[in-house]
Design a protein around this ligand. Structure first.
Ligand code: SF4
Length: 259
């Protein structure tokens, strides 16, 4: 169940787990059905738990006991998708990771749903981070393009609540769709978020002024002492020498291990 992502996915995490196939958030830009060769309708409307997922996860977690590498939940689904409301596999998985001392990065568009796991998440101390994917800064765009996901304001509220509870928080801006909306979202979250990641839409070939955009966001990160990572496809747009060696290292933002 725990696996090593390859290619561009590796930039986000050295290890990952997907407890479900399909999602339910219905993001129009989602490339996962294409990558998994899944029917788009099924992916959006019929998420399923992977077979014997908890039993398989325990087996897998034993092999990774005490690993120095974080496990991301999740790449090819959302860990708090609508089916998880019923099955609660993510809650079970968190307890397993804690038991086997495996550091975790959560990434979700499910708004405040992860707060129900707050007591377990706090037991991880600094070996976990909780993040939201943010794309649009307004309800109308989000309702149109991410029909099943929580609204942006609810995702931001989730970040705020975890921050107030002393949990490390992060935001993934991938895909970046609208520059001004992304800047606005940074301003709205900067008080509650410890780190940011930035990436392009998969296959984005639009001619856009990425250089100006990056020249605006880097000072925002640095002035506010935020850690950040710009994905390699975007690093090409950054003036040589602008990023430190640490800022371009793939594992820079990984959660510390229990060791
Ligand atoms: S939340 Fe993530 S996995 Fe789910 S549909 Fe949206 S982009 Fe795809």
């Amino acid at each position: 169940m725990i696996y090593e992502p390859r290619g561009k996915a590796r930039e986000y995490s050295p290890l990952a787990v997907n407890l479900y196939t399909g999602c339910g958030h219905q993001c129009s830009y989602c490339y996962v059905p294409r990558v998994l060769h899944m029917d788009r309708y099924d992916f959006d409307n019929n998420p399923k738990a992977r077979e014997r997922s908890i039993e398989q996860l325990i087996k897998s977690a034993k092999k990774y006991t005490g690993t120095k590498n974080q496990v991301l939940m999740s790449f090819t689904t959302d860990p708090y998708n609508p089916l998880n409301d019923k099955l609660q596999l993510t809650t079970e998985a968190l307890k397993i990771f804690l038991n086997y001392k495996i550091p975790v990065a959560i990434l979700t568009k499910s708004g405040i749903k992860p707060l129900k796991d707050l007591s377990t998440i706090k037991l991880f101390d600094n070996h976990i981070k909780v993040g939201a994917s943010l794309t649009y800064d307004n309800d109308n765009d989000s309702k149109r393009i991410e029909r099943g996901a929580a609204l942006p304001s609810e995702r931001i509220e989730m970040l705020k609540q975890f921050h107030l509870n002393g949990v490390h928080t992060w935001v993934s801006f991938e895909p970046i769709i609208h520059f001004e909306q992304t800047i606005n979202l940074i301003e709205r979250t900067i008080a509650y978020v410890d780190e940011y990641q930035f990436g392009k839409l998969s296959g984005d070939k639009q001619l856009r002024d990425w250089k100006s955009f990056i020249n605006r966001i880097i000072p925002m990160m640095r002035i506010n002492n935020k850690r950040f990572y710009i994905k390699q496809t975007l690093q090409k747009e950054v003036r040589k020498g602008l990023l430190t060696e640490q800022e371009i290292a793939m594992d820079y933002l990984n959660v510390p291990s229990f060791a």
